[in-house]
Design a protein around this ligand. Structure first.
Ligand code: ADP
Length: 556
């Protein structure tokens, strides 16, 4: 009975138990940080934690143990264990074994001595004449190295300690090893001079190698991996063991190329932008200048147009005024002449009446002549045809003649005409344009008599070494302050209401003012409405000696 129980136990129950999940998976003892013995003699590492995590899901169906690599391989071969962890895929299919999905991807990199160089790139190794390289005895690595630089010279080692010790030789350029393991050993062996490059190569997948007789174990491992990757456990294990060694070296030298290219591109862009900016600024400046110039021109044109407009308006007003005045000033005397000459034709009038009519015809003729003279004078002034004809003239004589001439008219109006001689050098001669001075004085005297009803009109003159001064004053109607300036303009009359009472074209004072100007003198007036006016003239002269006070009194 006892014998039957043992036979059953060994032939039926134990194999069944095994099939239910008591799988034995082994890892090699010295492959940190993936699987190794720590200083306390415990089995630790990335792959150990991965198996433990899968075990948590599958009720500890996997037994883990650690051993020498060759021993593990023969145990798997003989079927004593069912799987091995931390195996790189061979790259070809194998009928005897399954390979699970990748647990982690591993890669190699270059290690160099930071005491001898601050940076190492694949390019450095390519261009080195005969680079001395430390590496594990491994065909793949050797071929990789020779493909980089066919002149590579090798130092072969069997463990990490030897590898990094060889790096202490000054003639050694670099060592090649698995990146994470190499970094782990360098840290733990306190080889602080060991520096890894960011250039990696020989990236391979590490996973479980499972006996083909245990497909359910391969399934557990694959599914377990799937689950721990999805629930975050895998990431925790990775962060714990691998992340520290998998971080890229943060050296600016790795980015130097990018920095330089970036810098060049940026400088180019900035340069182009600056160029266009300058170009635009220049164009804007030119445009602004052009616009300002245009604006100034426009302003000038506008001002000129405004002046021209005002002139045109004034000229229009003047034209109307001229026509109105002229028609009045020509029609009135003309009517007089025609009317009275018609009367003379009849024999009904006596000689006294006839001579009266003749005098009226003469008066009208004189008025017309004066108007025509005024028109001729103003047109000559306007056209610039009027020239100065200078000669020495005896002023005293001239004034006396004018006085005598107007005394008749003054007497007729019942006005006293007084000629006053002020301080004069002797003889009373000045050099000037006789016609113009004569016109000036007769215009003023004529106006004085015309605009005076009663009282007197005085013409006063004096001559100094430099100036001849005249004052023509009257006790007439006077001129209001606001009209005193404008009466010198053409066709302007102080009060339009008396235009019918006082004959006149409104040209006399403007001709007078222009003539005074031509003689190099000035004219001004003082006037009070209802009291009278005084017109003052001062013209330059050059007269020798004599100062005589003669008061010539000519009464009308
Ligand atoms: P007019 O032919 O009308 O006299 P003027 O140019 O000689 O033209 O004079 C312009 C205006 O000035 C006159 O119409 C008149 O209103 C005023 N005026 C000129 N002289 C005198 C004056 N002595 N007394 C008052 N008003 C005067």
């Amino acid at each position: 009975m006892r014998t039957i129980f043992y036979i059953l136990l060994f032939t039926l129950i134990l194999p069944r138990l095994n099939a239910m999940g008591q799988y034995h998976v082994m890892v090699s003892h010295n492959y940190p940080p993936y699987h190794f013995y720590n200083t306390n003699g415990e089995m630790v590492g990335f792959n150990i934690d991965i198996i433990k995590a899968i075990n948590n899901i599958y009720d500890n169906r996997i037994k883990i143990s650690i051993g020498d690599w060759e021993e593990i391989v023969s145990l798997l071969d003989s079927g004593e264990i069912q799987a091995v962890a931390g195996v790189h895929y061979p790259g070809s299919s194998d009928e005897k074994y399954f390979y699970t999905r990748s647990v982690i991807s591993t890669s190699h990199c270059f290690f160099y001595n930071s005491d001898y160089r601050s940076f190492l790139s694949v390019e450095d190794i390519r261009t080195e004449q005969r680079p001395k390289v430390v590496l594990w005895e491994n065909d793949v690595l050797e071929h990789y190295m020779l493909s980089l630089n066919p002149n590579s010279d090798f130092i072969f080692v069997n463990n990490y300690e030897e590898l990094f010790k060889a790096l202490q030789r000054e003639d050694v350029v670099c060592a090649i090893a698995q990146k994470n393991a190499g970094k782990y050993f360098a840290k733990n062996l306190n080889f602080n001079f060991v520096q890894a490059t960011n250039d990696v190569f020989l990236e391979r997948n590490m996973g479980f190698k499972v006996s083909s007789e245990y497909p359910e174990l391969a399934e557990i491992l694959n599914n377990g991996l799937e689950i721990i990757m999805a629930n975050g456990t895998y990431q925790q294990i990775y962060d714990k063991w691998i992340r520290e060694f998998d971080k890229p070296v943060n050296s600016w030298r790795y980015y130097i190329k990018d920095i330089i290219i970036g810098g060049i591109v940026l400088s180019l862009i900035i340069g182009i932008l600056l160029f266009f900016n300058r170009l635009l600024k220049k164009q804007v400046r030119q445009k602004t200048k052009h616009l300002q110039h245009q604006l100034e021109l426009n302003n000038i044109i506008r001002q000129e147009l405004e002046i021209a407009k005002v002139r045109a308006e004034v000229s229009d007003q003047m034209k109307s005024a001229f026509l109105a005045n002229m028609s009045h000033e020509i029609r009135t005397p003309m009517n007089g002449i025609l009317g009275f000459s018609e009367l003379l034709k009849s024999a009904d009038y006596g000689s006294e009446e006839q001579s009266y009519y003749i005098s009226l015809i003469q008066k009208s003729g004189a008025r017309m002549l004066s108007t025509i003279n005024n028109i001729i004078d103003i047109s000559k002034i306007e056209s610039g045809a009027e020239k100065l004809i200078l000669k020495d003239l005896d002023l005293k004589q001239m004034i006396q003649e004018i006085g005598e001439f107007f005394s008749v008219e003054a007497k007729e109006k019942g006005i006293e005409l007084v000629v006053e001689k002020g301080d004069c050098i002797h003889p009373c001669k000045i050099r000037t344009d006789e016609y113009k001075l004569h016109s000036i004085l007769t215009n003023l005297l004529k106006n004085a008599i015309k605009f005076t009803y009663k009282g007197k009109v005085t013409i006063n003159f004096s001559i100094s070494e430099t100036f001849a001064r005249f004052a023509i004053s009257d006790t007439g109607i006077g001129i209001s302050k606001d009209k005193q300036e404008v009466i010198f303009n053409q066709f302007v009359r102080a009060d339009i209401s008396y235009s019918s009472e006082f004959e006149g074209s409104g040209l006399g004072l403007s001709i007078t003012k222009e003539y005074v100007k031509m003689l190099g003198g000035i004219i001004w007036l003082e006037s009070e409405p209802e009291s009278g006016s005084t017109f003052y003239i001062e013209i330059p002269c050059k007269q020798p000696h004599s100062q005589e006070n003669i008061l010539s009194h000519i009464s009308a």
